[in-house]
Each structure stands twice: as structure tokens, then as C-alpha cells.
Design a protein around this ligand. Structure first.
Ligand code: FAD
Length: 479
């Protein structure tokens, strides 16, 4: 079948208003960082699982690739098609129904195109918490969260998207529907296909719905903004907070002064405490579940001890919901401020907490020596040993030109250092297009061989999201 014939088939299936071409397809062909610009025959917008299966089948028969897309907020170019082979973007955004909230099983079943915020709200309306939380929650979708195994700001208490998912419904690369939706906590019936699809970034099938875990809503959440002299002190504060607050510690975010100054510059309306005076700040969140437990006191006591021990230099505790919201808004505005400042060399890394402070100091010094004037925008989920360790061009230097000239060398410097301390080159964003070709340097040939075998078995024609995750070829790795 040729391209016009496939388009006609899709229009017959979905109706003309749900097959977008030309300018209407434009925004779907560019990633959210505006780094990747791809091409697609069209954007197909099915309304239900049966239509997804029909679209995938028609594309398979036509020899056309399928690129699943949710909110298009991914940061590694995973949802952007390549220029070749010809592909259809399969947008799940019309599949946005919360199918069921099951209080007895503490589960919620939602279609893949529901936004994360919609699921959070549906859970809250029924008196439950769905704890996945991130800056993109107004736009990112359940399907995208699972396909990238997203993390966010509450992983240290509730786990990442994988740990929050009990069942899946998906369409295979051949267009068959797999009905794996259930809310069971125990189910050892062969290979766990759910875990294959989670984190596969659209390369093994299309997620159409998911059954997700719910938790009791905390009675209240207390948030503190803390100034610290060094990253080492932040690591020590984390240990103290874990010890004192235990499972009540639901957020521990780290930010350096450069990241906060960027927020101040681009969003002057936000109040960024200590932004110009402290080298590092952390945002701590304490969730209180027990009605008899005092709300503010445990966190106040923790901060007093930390002050006495010299771990922190200053702290403010939010007293109102609006203040709490304001503090989180500052943290969540860092990626947006970075986008305003232009392209940068992004690293979404995990480093063992015990190695974190030395990593930050040594790698920062090595970068400053090799690329004088670079600005380190360092922030992230310290509680999960996950940092966004981003390198911005020196003040006054064109960011795009800097990126083009130095990205490869900066990546090697930073990621080799991550590898040396036993870290991960992708903590929560995935591989997509961005890290595909550097994966063999850091992933063992055995692991890559197993991944290729899985891909070959499930998608022998390579039609699901080609050019993502798996490298084209495998040069020698670091071992
Ligand atoms: P998309 O961007 O549309 O797609 C991402 C990948 O998933 C692609 O490979 C795509 O092919 C695949 N995919 C999408 N839907 C499906 C489906 N239904 N079936 C199969 N494959 C599918 N990420 C974090 O982990 N933690 C954060 O704290 C975080 N903060 C962010 C803050 C901002 C401001 C922004 C812009 C992004 C942030 N992200 C974060 C990244 C991003 O929001 C997440 O990766 C999110 O999970 C992507 O969801 P999406 O629906 O936008 O997916």
C-alpha cells in the first residue's frame, strides 16, 4: 500500500478531522525542547483501543512505522519521528477517559491519553492519592509516563511509574490487543509483559490503558526551603531527614545557586528564597498521615538539629498552602527557565548518594578547566540519587553554537565520570534519540544483546518507533 492509500484508509477509519497533515501535524513533529524536527505522513488520533489496533495494523500492512505520542513533553526526542523511514504519529490524546476508581482494591484505571494531572485529580476526588508528580503534569500522559518509566518528585516515598502500575492494556506491533489490565498485587503467570512495555519508549507496542496504584491522601504536607553551604551537607541532611521522618519524607530536591538565579532572571515574579546568597538549596516535603501526629513540629525539630550541627545555614517553613505552592513552583520552574535561556547539554544522571558530593565537586572542576566559563545548572531529586546535571554555555556565548561544538566532549567527560562511580546515564528521562548512540559506551554487550533479542521477537520488522533507544550499531563500550 502506498502513502496516499494508507492516508485514505486512516481517514475512513478515524474520520478526516482525526488524521492531521501539513501545518496541523507540525507541532507533533517537533519535540518539546525544539531540538528534533521530524517528518510524518500524518498524525492519527484514534478514540479507543480498537481504533489504535486498526491504525497499527494498517501501518504494519503498509510497511509504515508507528511513533506513539502522548503529551510530547519527553526530553530525549523519543516521540519525534525521524525523517525516514516514513511514519505515522499515533497520538493517544483523545483516549482520555478515567475508566474506573476501585476503592476496595486501591486502584484507578485510566486510558493512556489522560494527563497525569487528570489522574491525580480523579484520585483526589475519590479520596485517594496518585503520587506521581512532576513539572509537566498538566500535559504529560499516563501512556508517556509508563513508556518512559517517569520519576518526578515523590519517588523516594512511592517509587517511579513502574512501581505504581499493576496492569496494562496494549496494542502489539502487529495490531493485536493485549488485555493485561488488572489490579492484582500478585500475579506470577509467566514473563511479566507489563514490565517489558514500561520503559520501552514506544519501541515494543502502544500502551492504551493502565491500572495504577492509589494511596491514602496525607492529612497535610509541610514544606521547607533550606540553604546549605555544600552538596555534602545536603547529603548529610538527607540522611538525617530519612532517619527522623522515615516514610513521611516525600520530597527532597536539590538546587544550586546558578539554577535559582536563572529562575530569578526569567521569572522575576517568583519568590526564590536565598537564591543570591546560598550555594545550594533543598526543598523538603514532610507528609503527615496520622491524625494524632503534630503537623509542623517534626520538620521544625529536624531543621533545628541540622542548624545546630552546621549542616544548614538558613531555612523557611511554608505556613500556608499558597506559600507551599510558591516554593514548589520555583523548583518546577528551573527546566522552564533553562528553556528560556536556550539549549544546554542535558544530563539526567543517577549517582550513588555516597559518591554524589565528590562527583559534583570533581566533575564541576573538570568542566570548568576544560570549558572555561560554563555554567552548571544542577538540580534534581537528591532523595532518589538523581541529578539533572546540565551544562549551559558561558554568559554571552550563543547556546546553540556552543552545544554543537562541545556537546560530544562534555557528554564524554560527564558520563564517563558517572560510569566510573557506578551511576546511570539515564535516571528517569530515557534514551530516545538523544542517548541512543552513546548507549553502547555505557551498557554491556550482553545487556544490549538481550534488548535486541526482545525487540526482534516482538517487533521483527522494526516498525515501532524506529531510531529510538537501541543504537544502530554497537561500537566498543567502556565495559
Ligand atoms: P511523550 O513525550 O509524548 O513520549 C515520550 C516517549 O514515550 C516516547 O518515546 C513515546 O513514543 C512514548 N510513548 C508516549 N505515549 C505512549 C504510549 N501510549 N504507548 C507507548 N509509548 C508511548 N520526567 C520525569 O521522569 N521526571 C520529572 O520530574 C520530569 N519533569 C519534567 C518537567 C518538565 C517541565 C518537562 C517539560 C518534562 C519533564 N519530564 C520529567 C519529562 C516528561 O514529562 C516525562 O518523560 C513524561 O513521562 C512524558 O510523557 P508524555 O505523555 O509527554 O510522553
Amino acid at each position: 500500500m502506498n502513502a496516499p492509500a494508507l492516508l485514505n484508509t486512516l481517514v475512513r477509519m478515524l474520520g478526516p478531522s482525526h488524521v492531521l497533515t501539513g501545518n496541523d501535524a507540525g507541532p507533533f513533529c517537533t519535540d518539546q525542547r525544539k531540538r528534533y524536527h521530524g517528518q510524518a505522513l500524518c498524525v492519527a488520533r484514534p478514540a479507543n483501543t480498537e481504533e489504535v489496533a486498526q491504525v497499527v495494523k494498517a501501518c504494519a500492512e503498509a510497511g509504515v512505522a508507528v511513533v506513539p505520542q502522548g503529551g510530547n513533553t519527553g526530553l530525549v526526542g523519543g516521540a519525534t519521528p525521524l525523517a525516514a523511514p516514513p511514519s505515522v504519529i499515533l497520538s493517544l490524546r483523545r483516549m482520555n477517559r478515567v475508566r474506573r476508581v476501585d476503592g476496595a482494591s486501591q486502584t484507578l484505571t485510566a486510558e493512556a491519553g489522560c494527563t497525569l494531572q487528570q489522574v491525580q485529580q480523579a484520585a483526589a476526588d475519590a479520596g485517594w492519592l496518585y503520587p506521581l508528580r512532576m513539572g509537566s503534569e498538566g500535559s504529560c500522559t499516563v501512556g508517556g509516563n509508563l513508556a518512559t518509566n517517569a520519576g518526578g518528585t515523590q519517588v523516594l516515598r512511592y517509587g517511579n511509574a513502574r512501581e505504581l502500575c499493576l496492569g496494562l492494556e496494549a496494542v502489539t506491533p502487529q495490531g493485536a490487543i493485549w488485555h493485561g489490565l488488572h489490579g492484582l498485587r500478585k500475579n506470577n503467570t509467566g514473563y511479566d509483559l507489563r514490565h517489558l512495555l514500561i520503559g520501552s519508549e514506544g519501541t515494543l507496542g502502544v500502551i492504551t490503558a493502565a491500572t495504577l496504584k492509589l494511596f491514602p491522601l496525607p492529612r497535610t504536607q509541610v514544606t521547607a526551603w533550606v540553604a546549605l553551604p555544600s552538596a555534602q551537607m545536603a547529603v548529610e541532611l538527607l540522611a538525617l531527614a530519612r532517619n527522623r521522618l522515615d516514610a513521611g519524607l516525600t520530597g527532597f530536591e536539590l538546587m544550586n545557586a546558578t539554577a535559582l538565579q536563572l529562575v530569578q532572571r526569567h521569572f522575576p515574579q517568583l519568590r526564590t528564597p536565598f537564591a543570591s546568597t546560598a550555594p545550594w538549596c533543598t526543598l523538603l516535603e514532610h507528609s503527615v498521615y496520622d491524625a494524632t501526629e503534630p503537623a509542623q513540629q517534626p520538620l521544625q525539630d529536624l531543621l533545628e538539629t541540622a542548624l545546630q550541627q552546621g549542616l544548614i545555614s538558613n531555612a523557611v517553613v511554608a505556613e500556608t498552602v499558597a506559600q507551599t505552592h510558591g516554593l514548589w513552583q520555583v523548583r518546577e520552574s528551573i527546566p522552564l527557565a533553562q528553556a528560556e535561556a536556550g539549549l544546554n547539554v542535558k544530563h539526567d544522571i543517577a549517582v550513588p548518594i555516597s559518591a554524589m558530593a565528590a562527583f559534583v565537586a570533581d566533575t564541576g572542576a573538570a568542566l570548568a578547566a576544560a570549558f572555561p566559563g560554563v555554567r552548571m545548572i544542577t538540580f534534581g531529586h537528591l532523595g532518589d540519587s538523581n541529578l539533572h546535571y546540565n551544562v549551559q554555555a558561558p554568559e554571552g556565548v550563543d547556546p546553540a553554537a556552543f552545544l554543537q561544538q562541545h556537546e560530544a566532549a562534555i557528554n564524554t567527560l560527564v558520563l564517563d565520570a558517572v560510569h566510573r562511580v557506578g551511576g546511570s546515564i539515564s535516571a528517569e528521562h530515557g534514551i530516545g534519540q538523544l542517548k541512543r548512540n552513546i548507549l553502547p559506551r555505557y551498557q554491556s554487550p550482553v545487556a544490549l544483546g538481550m534488548m535486541r533479542a526482545i525487540k526482534q521477537a516482538l517487533d521483527p520488522h522494526g516498525s515501532m518507533n524506529p531510531g529510538k533507544v537501541l543504537p544502530a550499531q554497537s561500537p566498543q563500550g567502556l565495559g
